[in-house]
Design a protein around this ligand. Structure first.
Ligand code: FAD
Length: 289
């Protein structure tokens, strides 16, 4: 199975996609429709997030394993340290290896329930993503990625210590990083410069989400950890009652963001798909990727 870093090409920008594990048979069908629609576009890799509960976690293992075995795609499984002992984490990593998954995104995860609540370490578990990177790396020939935060992680004291922690987890064994959502390219580029200033030049992939509805725009603000920029609100909010107009403007806005990122030489654009293919396909096609 190919490593994510080997799917990134220094000559051209590629794209990758992110799914979440389906919660029902209906969602499973929707997910697999999206997988099959995106497969012919040859994404660099497809990732599946890791949820908070036991059954959601089983579905991540099952879904990534199925992608490894039944498609031509390169899968990546996310893994978090939330509510897991080290023994349980070893077990999950073993399942990934057994089902042909060689790429793991090692993230700490947020507290279940309230993402801003207190982060409580499992008594026999890990505290930071850095330790998870080490654990995954020592358990096999995995290609490990980590999360990065262009606006700074909400729990960080200041941007500098946040980048220091990011660089530490990369030095612990990660080969690449994926950035949380943002809408202003400068915010992403500033993070990339800060990493470079610390001598860290692993691929940093921007997280991108096509803004198709006012609800998705709201989710954007939550995930990015920063308010939606006023110029974006001014463009999109007047179209809130016009679904087709909103969608077209949102897709155009994200296409323009991606064009700038491609001009800045990003190795790949990582699309949060919400398990749908249509908007991602549209942006990827607009960009000629
Ligand atoms: P860490 O790197 O451990 O950092 C957490 C906080 O601790 C930060 O403030 C950091 O600056 C600080 N810190 C780190 N190391 C140290 C140290 N040594 N000393 C002091 N402070 C330190 N969540 C899920 O539940 N499932 C997913 O599948 C998932 N996928 C994601 C994918 C991407 C691309 C991104 C960007 C996020 C994802 N998340 C996911 C969310 C993520 O788990 C949360 O944002 C979490 O709060 C941070 O995870 P992390 O890996 O960056 O943590």
């Amino acid at each position: 199975m190919t490593a994510v870093v080997d799917r990134l090409d220094s000559e051209r920008t590629r794209f990758s996609v992110e799914f979440f594990p389906p919660r029902s048979d209906d969602e499973e069908r929707i997910l697999w429709r999206a997988v099959r629609e995106l497969e012919p576009l040859d994404p660099a890799f497809v990732s599946v997030t890791y949820g908070a509960g036991g059954s959601s976690r089983d579905r991540t293992i099952r879904t990534t394993g199925r992608i490894a075995q039944e498609t031509t795609l390169t899968p990546m499984a996310h893994l978090t340290a939330v509510d897991h002992s080290v023994a349980e984490l070893r077990n999950v990593i073993g399942w990934y290896a057994a089902s042909g998954v060689r790429n793991v995104l090692a993230v700490r995860g947020d507290p279940p329930g309230d993402p801003n609540g207190e982060w409580i370490q499992h008594p026999e578990g890990l505290r930071y993503a850095e330790e998870l990177v080490r654990l995954v790396s020592e358990l096999g020939d995995f290609c490990v990625g980590v999360a990065a935060f262009p606006h700074g992680h909400p729990r960080s004291a200041d941007p500098d210590s946040d980048v220091d922690h990011l660089v530490r987890k990369i030095r612990a064994g990660a080969g690449f990083a994926i950035a949380q959502l943002f809408l202003q390219p400068e915010v992403f580029l500033r993070l990339r410069d800060r990493m470079a200033a610390r001598g860290c030049d692993v691929p940093l992939l921007p997280g991108v989400m096509p803004i198709t509805t006012p609800r998705v725009l709201g989710k954007f603000g939550e995930l990015a950890g920063a308010p939606v920029p006023s110029e974006v609100e001014e463009k999109l909010l007047p179209l809130a009652e016009d679904p087709a107009g909103f969608r077209a403007a949102g897709v155009e806005l994200v296409t323009q963001l991606c064009e700038r990122l491609i001009a800045e030489g990003v190795p790949a654009l990582h699309f949060y798909t919400l398990n749908r293919s249509k908007a991602t396909k549209e942006v990827v096609t607009n960009l000629g990727l």
